[in-house]
Design a binder for this molecule. Sequence first.
Ligand SMILES: NC(=O)C1=CN([C@@H]2O[C@H](COP(=O)(O)OP(=O)(O)OC[C@H]3O[C@@H](n4cnc5c(N)ncnc54)[C@H](OP(=O)(O)O)[C@@H]3O)[C@@H](O)[C@H]2O)C=CC1
Ligand SMILES: CC(=O)N[C@@H](CCC(=O)OP(=O)(O)O)C(=O)O
Length: 336
Amino acid sequence: MLKALIVGASGYAGAELARYLSRHPEVEISALTVSEKSADAGKLISDYDLHPQLKGIVDLPLIGTSNYDDLITDIDIVFLATEHSVSHDIAPYFLKHGCTVFDLSGAFRVNQKAFYTDYYGFTHAHNHWLDKAAYGLAEWNQEQIKTAQLIAVPGCYPTAAQLALKPIIEEELLNTSQWPVINAVSGVSGAGRKASLRNSFCEVSLHAYGLFTHRHQPEIVAHLGQDVIFTPHLGSFKQGIHATITCRIKAGITQEAVLAAFNKYYEDKPLVRVYQKDWPSLKSVIGLPFCDIGFKVNGEHLIIIAVEDNLLKGAAAQAVQCMNIRFGFNETTSLL
Ligand SMILES: NC(=O)C1=CN([C@@H]2O[C@H](COP(=O)(O)OP(=O)(O)OC[C@H]3O[C@@H](n4cnc5c(N)ncnc54)[C@H](OP(=O)(O)O)[C@@H]3O)[C@@H](O)[C@H]2O)C=CC1
Ligand SMILES: CC(=O)N[C@@H](CCC(=O)OP(=O)(O)O)C(=O)O
C-alpha cells in the first residue's frame, strides 16, 4: 500500500484527489493538509461548508501546518494541490525525504528559469528539480513518468490543447506557416475555490482574458515545439474546458488522414476518446476523467474540438493517471 499525503486538500483539485485516492486499492490516504493558518484547519474535508459530497467517503480532518516532520515517516507519495509558489517552496522537502511528488501547479512544468520570472512572478530556486521533473502529459510521456521522482502535472488548458495538436504535429500534417489558434473556454472552478469578486456568480458572464500573456501559452509551446496563439475565456459555468483549435494543414490531407493520426496515438489510450463524427461537448466529460476530441477538415483547414473536465483530466485525474503509470498500476485504476 502506498501512503499518500494531499497538500491543499480543501481546494477543488485536492478534494477530487481525495475522492479518487480513497477508492484506489493500492493507496491509503495518510493525511490531508492545508496552510498553517487556514480557516478550515481542524475541519473534516466532508464538512457541510467544504466538500459534503465526500461525506461517508472521506471523513478525514484537514491538518493546518507548514511543518511536515511529524507526517513524513508515514508518506510515500505526495500530491501538491497548492498554488505555484507554495509547490515550488515545499516540493524539495518531500523529494529530499524520498517521496514521489505529483505537483498539480505550474512550479516545475517548464525547464526555463525565465519562464517563472516572466509568467509566475517568482525566481525559481530549484534548478536540480526543474532538470529532473517529468512533464505529466500522461498519454505522451509514459517513459519519463515511469522513472521520475517529481511529476509536473500539466495545466488544464495545455492538456486539452496538446492532446488535440500533438498527433497532427507528430504525423507532419500541420502547415507550420500558420500558427494553430487555440480558443478555450473554462468554467470558474479553473480559478480555484478562493472567493474573488471577479469570479463571483453575478460577475461572470463570458469573456476573454490574458491575451498574448497567459502562462499556458509558453507551457504549450515549450512542450509542443510549435508556436501557437492561445486565448483563454471564462464562462459562467462551474466545471469544464471547451477548446476550439483552428489550424492550417498541408494540401491534400483528408478527414480520414486526420482520423488515422488520432487513432494511431489514442486507439489504445482509454482516457482520450476520438469522435469519428460530430463533436464533443462539455456534458460528455463533466465529472469524468476523459479528454474527448472531434474534428473537421475543410480544404487546407482543420478545426479540432477538445473538451475535458478542468478539475479531472485537467488536474486530479491526470495526476492519479500519472501515479498509476509511475507505480505500474492499471492506468485507469480508481478513475473509471
Ligand atoms: N482548478 C483547476 O482547474 C486546476 C488547478 N490546477 C492547479 O492545481 C493547484 C490547486 O488548484 P485549485 O484546487 O484550483 O486551488 P484552490 O484554491 O481551490 O485550493 C488551494 C488549496 O491550497 C491550500 N493552501 C493554500 N496555501 C497553502 C499553503 N501554504 N500550504 C498548504 N496548503 C495551502 C488551500 O487551503 P487554505 O488556503 O485554506 O490553506 C486549498 O486547500 C494550483 O496550482 C492550480 O494552478 C491545475 C489544473 C487545473
Ligand atoms: C478559469 C481560470 O482562471 N483558469 C486558470 C487556469 C487554471 C489552471 O489550472 O492552470 P494552472 O495549473 O497552470 O494554474 C487561469 O487562467 O489562471
